[in-house]
Design a protein around this ligand. Sequence first.
Ligand code: G3H
Ligand code: ZN
Length: 278
Amino acid sequence: SLTDLKSIAADCARTSTGLGAFNVVHLETARILVEAAEHARRPIVLQISENAVKYHGALEPIGLATLAVARKASVPVAVHLDHAESVELIHEAVDLGFSSVMYDGSKLPYEANREATADVVRHCRAQGVSVEAELGEVGGKNGVHDPSARTDPDEAALFVAQTGVDLLAVAVGSSHAMVSRDAAIDTALVQRIHAAVPVPLVLHGSSGVSDEGMRAAIASGITKVNVSTHLTGIFTGAVRDFLEGHPAAVDSRKYFQEGNRRVEGEVERLLSLYAHAA
Ligand code: G3H
Ligand code: ZN
């Protein structure tokens, strides 16, 4: 069923388990992710990024399809707008019935990020929608991997108090769109931020983190684990294998099915790993 992100994240934080948050890139991705969550008997976050909205041309078709899948699920599912820099898009997601949004002001100077985030929180809170924000920029979206950005624990505490956000994305050594799984997470810093901040923490760019690294990050205080590139890589690899083995294939559903099957298996595995991290 469609559930508030704040309450699912609070449950996971209390039990020191990770909450898998995966990006819905195609209309059929939502169903695959929910099936994996139902098999693992874990809550899940289905997230649609501003980039995915650009790819689809609009939020409404993919957003409504994802909400419909979430409402039918036998496990708690949050439908979340990921990395929104457009406040207009955030308002649209709220009106469509999304459970939560991420306002990404991480490129802005502290003051501007704080003010814009606080405005988003005021609007969303009135509609019962939770808000994730980011402090300290997790890079990599421009293809350049610079995992050196760090969130300061004291500044994070101040930011959360001043804005009222429900979840905080932090820069602790990961970078977006990594293909290798060798990012070094600064778990000592995760512990310090976790001790300083009263809301669940989010790790972006989790595709770059190994199974062991993710276990350690969750045990140190990460709750929401954002993964996208790792799954699109698995999907593409499966499609490539299928087409190499079936050079005369025509029906696109045949190779999509192959990709979906392998993504579902990996998501089920990851959700179980996140559940047994501590
Ligand atoms: O917000 C989405 C995530 O941070 C995904 O990052 O593609 O590197 O796993 P990733
Ligand atoms: Zn991200």
